[in-house]
Write a protein that binds this ligand. Sequence first.
Ligand code: AHG
Ligand code: MN
Ligand code: MN
Length: 369
Amino acid sequence: MPLPRRYTLTQYLIEQRRRFPGASGDFNALLLDVALACKAIARSVAFGELGGVLGHPSADVATAVNVQGEQQKKLDVVSNEYFTQMTEWGGHLAGMASEEMDAPYQIAAPHQRGKYLLVFDPLDGSSNIDVNVTVGSIFSILRAPQEVIDSGRDVVEADFLQPGTRQLAAGYALYGPTTMLVLSVGNGVAGFTLDPNLGQFMLTHPDIQVPPDTQEFAINASNARFWEAPVKRYVDECLAGQTGPRGKDFNMRWIASMVAEAHRILMRGGVFMYPRDSKDPAKPGRLRLLYEANPIGFLMEQAGARVSTGREPLLGVAPTALHQRIGLIFGSRHEVERIERYHAEPSRTEEPVHPLFGERGLFRAEALS
Ligand code: AHG
Ligand code: MN
Ligand code: MN
């Protein structure tokens, strides 16, 4: 029987480059460096406690010293270093920004500076590491402003404040039962599975499409009392199931790794919400715009799904700060459109339809006291 013909990530990228006959190859080289960082992180994650990089409730592992007298680091710091070290030497980057670094990262001599900006969350869902649940890395590639490319000057925060529509590529790696890389270079979404024998990402999921309808939603329901009315209404209607206004039953999921929820939605549909809420007035949402929401949003749109803040399309939002947070809703198109409609309608004051969240419900303050 002939062996199945599978593309490697490198072969896929070369195929994609045919769309841009004049392209230098820098872009593909950068993506392969990012993939290498993800492979290195996958190995660190796989070693778990044996690698000495897990957090520990009774000690700050980030400042602990191991038996060889070396500093032990938490896995998200280690992952951040893999990203910077594997990508800074290639000459393709003007600078980087990450969840783990307050300020932009400068490409310093002897490395050359290039024309792209790399923005990333080195380990998303890292609170799940200690309980051995799927985590991942999220990344986004932007073009540096022309004046930065021409002058070769240090990058500053403002250089990164570009709306999500300007992303050239975005993706994530998932460290689950298998390691996967899911990527868009602006021409659909492709999923690759790491072949542990070859150490290569192989194309296993070409042209991922999110179905427009779903019966599955994901939200952290412990925040229910802080939600805005449109989100409350949507969730209440889902919970009411077959006998409610939606006329069908829904399933709920919450992994607390946004990257893993995004993957589930890319594979079989669904809707994810970490909406703007009133929990902390200083934080208009939980997730960060530039390195969490925008790259996942880019992938979703490329897969035919929809991404919104509830009030406006997410990818059009003009960022104002590197670590800015935002309300995020994405997934199966018809559901996200419905949630947007609820935001656009004048607020309704009637009683929610589901007894768990209703006036006489279990989650009523008096009922809990
Ligand atoms: P990170 O580990 O990069 O800080 O991000 C974790 C995020 C996201 O992955 C997840 O959806 C969310 O935090 C979970 O938040 P709750 O703990 O409020 O459920
Ligand atoms: Mn994160
Ligand atoms: Mn993180």
